[in-house]
Design a protein around this ligand. Structure first.
Ligand code: OOG
Ligand code: MG
Length: 253
């Protein structure tokens, strides 16, 4: 099957909130081809007027890799249509089987056009914030191989970013929690993200260059979940809370 046909199938599955069978059931695709499918499926969104607003990393914590049975870091693209204001409502009928994850977001102050090191972060990153990512695999039963999930834009479907905060010298040792109403559903330390959440910026710069994805001032980055993702239930106030950074929320309807 040609890559563009798979890209269109995945885009339609997301658009119509209707799951499809994993690609790997019928096709053998390489990781490189999977990223090409992802790129092509985003072209469909751009053609409908959506705008690229940033990148997300996935499987940057052991908890996430273990939950999904995969072994490597992945990256996907975020668009303006996925961005919900903190405190807003999300209509679950637009999703297949959405899950929520507590994350940390970064705001770029300068174009990232090469791989940067940890000590260059203050030069390139303007701010950070607590974030929620809503992932929604387009595959039946939320099951996939690494290539499947890459092709599916790493399950990206929506996200929320809290108020931007100045960069602390360290992002280690912070508590990150995901709450449904007042109940904590998952929690861990920020260290769960690559041992140091700032390393997600270095990795994103490396991957953006490797895959020729422009990553510019004003774009955002989601560092990847610190905890396993939690299935969303209707009529919940979903909150991601990060000590020292604050919180953000979205209400499921
Ligand atoms: C893939 C997306 C993983 C994260 O933060 O690790 C991800 C998935 O689990 O469906 O967004
Ligand atoms: Mg995520």
């Amino acid at each position: 099957m040609i890559l563009n046909e798979i890209a269109i199938q995945l885009d339609l599955a997301a658009k119509n909130a209707k799951a499809i069978v994993q690609i790997s059931q019928s096709e053998r695709i390489s990781e490189e081809q999977a990223y090409e499918i992802q790129r092509l499926s985003l072209e469909e969104r751009y053609a409908r007027g959506e705008k690229f607003v940033g990148l997300k990393l996935g499987f940057t914590s052991f908890a996430k890799m273990e939950q999904m049975g995969v072994h490597d870091m992945i990256w996907g693209r975020l668009t303006d249509a996925m961005w919900y204001k903190s405190g807003s409502e999300m209509d679950l009928s637009a999703f297949i089987h959405p899950r929520a994850e507590p994350e940390i977001a970064f705001l770029l102050k300068k174009d990232l056009d090469r791989e940067i090191s940890l000590d260059e972060i203050p030069e390139y990153i303007q701010a950070c914030a607590p974030a929620i990512e809503i992932i929604d695999s387009r595959y039946e039963n939320f099951k996939f191989s690494l290539e499947d999930v890459i092709a599916d834009n790493c399950s990206s479907s929506a996200f929320v970013v809290g108020a931007w905060q100045p960069l602390p010298t360290s992002l280690n040792g912070l508590d990150i929690a995901l709450m449904f109403d007042t109940e904590v559903r998952e929690q861990d330390r920020s260290d769960a993200i690559l041992d140091n959440p700032y390393l997600s910026v270095c990795n994103a710069s490396r991957l953006a260059v490797k895959y020729n994805q422009p990553f510019k001032a004003g774009d955002i980055l989601l560092a990847g979940a610190a905890t396993p993702a939690v299935f969303i239930e209707i009529n919940k106030k979903i909150t991601a809370k990060v000590s020292k950074l604050g919180s953000c929320t979205i209400i499921s309807k």
